[in-house]
Design a protein around this ligand. Sequence first.
Ligand code: NAP
Length: 249
Amino acid sequence: MAKVMLVTGGSRGIGAATARLAAREGWDVVVNYNSNSRAADAVVADVEAAGQRAVAIQADSGKPNDVIRLFAEADAAFGRLDAFVNNAGIVNPIGRLDSRDPADLERLVAVNLTGAILGCAEAVRRMSTSHGGQGGSIVNVSSVASRLGGPGSYVDYAASKGGLDSLTVGLAQEVAGEGIRVNAVRPGIINTDIHDDLGDEPGRVERLGKTVPAGRHGTADEVAETIVWLCSDAASYVSMSLMEVSGAR
Ligand code: NAP
């Protein structure tokens, strides 16, 4: 039976690229999304076209009961879990921290961090050998923002990603003896829709891409390659890594 990967925010961008690549590498995939069911259905169709099984499950990472239901519905669909890709994430429009609406800050931390922590707990309950599981892999999709800090643009987002890095470092050690590897991927400037949500001028990705030492922005497929590799047995001794996929940004 194929191994099962659950990807939060698997309907668009980096998550969708991860789901599609995982299917080509023989994984069955749970495609989580929040609002865009059509995009999720398209990813499910692509996974099935690659010969694997897939299910789309709506759940808002920012709502604890949704995260718990997501894992329960994934259990019902496939009955096993081998990899959890904690990818769902949002940004607030570009701005200083002191310009933020408290409700927007609360929502960002709920989706990017609290939902991710809860998701890791649910994944450990299923994959840890101490809970009767078979082991597995967790990949937290962080950002180079956790290291750069995002001054003037998105300090709130950077802080949420810093939290993901700490989650990775602590949890990796906590469950290393229980068959679970925990890593983070830190993308740089990647060409996805998330940049539209920053409310910047059009052409942001191309403009910033030129400032990257590698001379260009990255693609969702390039990030997906690292995520799927980290989930694979080829990365069997890789844990607690914070892997930069950033063209040296
Ligand atoms: P994206 O293109 O905007 O896609 C976001 C995905 O997350 C969509 O599938 C979306 O589903 C889902 N999502 C959003 N809010 C959600 C919620 N509350 N609950 C569940 N799913 C939710 O973003 P992306 O660029 O691929 O980003 C993916 C991850 O990479 C994020 O964690 C982001 O912070 C990180 N990252 C991105 C970049 C970059 O340059 N693109 C750089 C560094 C880190 P719906 O459409 O249904 O809402």
